[in-house]
Write a protein that binds this ligand. Sequence first.
Ligand SMILES: C[S@@+](CC[C@H](N)C(=O)[O-])C[C@H]1O[C@@H](n2cnc3c(N)ncnc32)[C@H](O)[C@@H]1O
Length: 259
Amino acid sequence: MTGEPRIGDVFGELLRDALAVQSGVGARPLAGGRLPRPVIEVIERDDGLINGAPAAHYLAGPEDWQPYDHRAVDRVRGETLDVGVGAGRIALLLQERGVPVTGLDTSLGALKVCRRRGVRDLVHGTVDEHVADGRRYDTFLLLGNNLGLIEGRDRAPAFLAALAALARPGAQVIAHGTDPYGTSDPVHTGYHERNRRLGRLGGQLRLRLRYRELGTEWFDYLVCSVAELADLVRGTPWRLADVDDRDAPYYLATLTLTG
Ligand SMILES: C[S@@+](CC[C@H](N)C(=O)[O-])C[C@H]1O[C@@H](n2cnc3c(N)ncnc32)[C@H](O)[C@@H]1O
């Protein structure tokens, strides 16, 4: 035994258990074999910082959403790809509204949870892999902080190019991001400085997720300012058309396809 987690489908397992806790159906994590316990996503950063976040919000209905989630779905039009669909909370509302929506996720377990909750159109894989399927979209959603999937300077051009290859003329990306630089907490400001010294963006987080005995591989997840996003978008097929920062430090960025 090394104390290291076994690599596995962390999101899939935690969403499955969160659904069991919410619905009361299926095996649930129990304290002392009897009492239901909350499902906690453990987020490890590569400086040793550890955070725990209850997973229940991934299954939350619109009544429990943040205001910017509502403003994001109100901007949706046409054939929509929900990138990193999670447990399908956004896709379910769009379906209800009659929007043609496809949920994409790299987690097979997350897709299974989506299917059980009623999301009809699901694709397994990354945006790059999905290009070959020949489907094309008018709106791409990166919600639940999933602007993070842009990762950093190295990955951003390829990620945005894959979205452009999946796009119909006039397409838009609606992405939820968080400006990380308002903090004076030395644990975070020190991390940002260290990142910059390494040639990375300040909020380019190196993370792994854990749930019970499982872990993911380490991966980059970008938390960036609007100015940094504007830099990353420059020279790509997308234009930063609008920023809604009414709920700062959170923001919704809308990118539109140029040409
Ligand atoms: C933070 S959750 C957000 C879930 C959902 N968008 C929401 O708002 O509730 C991230 C989701 O993205 C998925 N994911 C992670 N990397 C991905 C990738 N490269 N391509 C597609 N999905 C990915 C994860 O499996 C997970 O379901």
